[in-house]
Design a protein around this ligand. Sequence first.
Ligand code: ADP
Ligand code: MG
Length: 575
Amino acid sequence: MSSATGAGPIVGIDLGTTYSLVAVVQAGAPVILPNALGELLTPSAVSVREDATVLVGAPALARATTHPQATALAFKRDMGTARVFDLLGMRLTPQELSAFVLGALKRDAEAELGVPVTEAVVTVPAYFDDLQRQATRAAAEIAGLKVERLLNEPTAAAIAYGLHERHRELRAVVLDLGGGTFDVTVLEIMEGVIEIQSSAGDSRLGGEDFTAALAAWAAAQVPGFDLDTAEPLGPARLRAACEAAKRRLATAAEDRILLPQLQLAGGRLLDVEIPLPRALAEELWQGLLERIRPPVLRALGDAKVSPRDVDEVLLVGGATRMPCMIRMVAQLFGRMPQRSLPPDEAVALGAALQAGLKQGERSLQDLVVTDVAPFSMGIETASRWGGQQINGVFTPILERGTVIPASRVRSFVTMQDNQSSIDVAVYQGEHPHCRDNRLLGRYLMRNLPPAPAGREGVEVRFTYNLDGLLEVEMTVLSSGLTESFVLERTPGRLTPEEIGQARRQMLRLKFHPREALPNVTALARADALFVELTGEAREELGAAISVFRAALESQDPAAIDATRGSLNAIVLRGR
Ligand code: ADP
Ligand code: MG
């Protein structure tokens, strides 16, 4: 298998808020590639060490409790914004942090496949706007990956479930409850073409909130323990214990939260053991579950379909493993949702299939995928009402929901006598006033021939391609003069020079050698636990850490493997 550029295969990447994955088509079927730790899910986490080396994935996530100032999480939320993370003086943008995660996945894929990987299909939420898509593309380029295609996450899930291969028209709803976001998308599939009909969601609702609800309740069960005033490690431990309990409750009807020697205010210690039946947890989650319904109804309403018209309901996102979530969805739609694929892998599997298609895998050649524009896009205009000029009016050219790729044109006339230039300001959004929408970019078109007000016509054409990049073309009708731009000066968008610079900077950074990652992760996880423990448990862990460090120094591979195994076993027990 080789791509047009002669490198390795095109991979599919799910760049998630909490977890990311890389997959590839092998022998016609998509498979997730494991990371250096042999795990399929790589936490979207970056941590900087005191020696300025950068850790990505599980070891970085392990440092989130011990080194919060040095660790960045959930930066996907800030893609396309000017936010800068300061990690021990290293200032990093959301694009750069995402580039670290993409770079780690690239190296993992290369190690697994034994060939260079330089091209990827990367998934983005359906609601991601132009800036967020451009930031994602830039992140991949910084990581040394050419983006073959940005693919909407629900479209990827539908592909993974093979909906495009059904030989009849069908309507599907994809519900994605991830770590921090809930997205619902209505799709229409016809003759191998997947179209997004509508999407809605709650950008502040995810699996983490279910964990937080458990933690708040559990904290209230411990006399003298207050999540806000306790020693910082107490809440972190409590949260980790609740996360583990939540996951176990997906399959167990009853669980308990165990926290030996929990640190209370004033240095007191308490052995905590709280029984937690699933029914009780579900009561605590009732308020969160209620928030699933409104976005689902909104998406169905926008697509003008009723729950009964839906042929397939797909559940994706790790948090849809919760039985209460499955029940809620089954009730809403009056049918059991599809969840035959692991919910946290479906999007990456679909991205790999799409990548396989790009590569010309014959078995997938029939698949054509289209999308819709997630927002309306248009320009700022002025109009006259009773002799009064009203400025800042948003005039859509390409309406939300338009199937893309698409090209739409609208004509405008000049406002002033002998107007010699027009300022084309491009906005996206659904509000009538430009100030409430998002400015994507502007362009000053000069050299209009002199003409009385209202007599010179200008055609503005918007062309929106499958990657979500917008080309704006303006034609002066009388002279035929045409100019165009691709929203280059949008704030937050990186120029090719800036991407090159960021890439060189990334190549200069010290990343942890991939082979050493299992060792680094074992130590980071052990350190995170060590500071939490007391008494005998702490001594036992401390001893295991010392033995492991000694083995590392001896550089004896057999000793390293054996002592790391015992250390991991202790950490697993202690968490
Ligand atoms: P992303 O937001 O990155 O797309 P995922 O789809 O991987 O993330 O979902 C992550 C969320 O799934 C986390 O909140 C995690 O706690 C939750 N999760 C994973 N496994 C389970 C499980 N067995 N039971 C309940 N929640 C789970
Ligand atoms: Mg996801």
